[in-house]
Design a protein around this ligand. Structure first.
Ligand SMILES: [Zn+2]
Length: 178
């Protein structure tokens, strides 16, 4: 390190130097969900899962998209889907949504919703990523959770805010502990 000439200033002196301004910006952010996802979030508030469909190829998108990436054209309409499906992936998480350590783990995974009345395999996408309740660590470790039929556990209507968390979690059909 090179010793520079001059008088070294302490942190305190720097803070009190004229012309030094300490400024903490106060910033707020707004996120726009876009048209299709807004329709999805409005649907959740009403206790409905809304997707969109491309009539040309029959693909169903949940959450909805306004554009079919296979046909390169706008999707045709919004459709309501059942609030049930099956677990396609599940993991045991010891980390909370706020990144803290959890004593009691949570289960999260991807739920593939049912698409009755639409062509087989119309819902090709990974599905909804959400919390899963009513399953055990054993279910996940042994792979028993995969393919399990689950249903959305909705928050009471007055608590819904148009958020993905209007669904508390997906739980096995027929109930479960938790
Ligand atoms: Zn299409």
């Amino acid at each position: 390190m090179v010793e520079l000439e001059g008088t070294k200033l302490s942190e305190k002196e720097i803070e009190t130097l004229p012309g030094v301004i300490y400024y903490k910006p106060f910033t707020r952010y707004k996120f726009t969900a876009g048209y299709a996802v807004s329709v999805f979030l409005e649907g959740l508030k009403r206790g409905k899962i809304v997707g969109s469909i491309c009539r040309r190829c029959g693909r169903v998108y949940v959450p909805p998209r306004s554009y079919c990436e296979y046909c390169l054209k706008p999707t045709d309409e919004f459709i309501e889907l059942p609030d049930r499906g099956e677990i396609s992936t599940a993991v045991i998480s010891y980390i909370s949504a706020k990144r803290g350590r959890l004593e009691k783990p949570e289960f999260v995974g991807v739920i593939r919703l049912e698409t009755p009345g639409y062509r087989e395999g119309s819902y090709e996408f990974a599905g909804l990523f959400h919390k899963i309740c009513g399953i055990t660590e054993e279910d996940v470790k042994t792979g028993k959770a995969i393919g399990m039929k689950v249903k959305a556990r909705w928050r009471p209507p007055e608590e819904r805010a148009g958020s993905i968390l209007d669904i508390e979690c997906f739980e096995p059909i027929g109930g479960g502990e938790d």
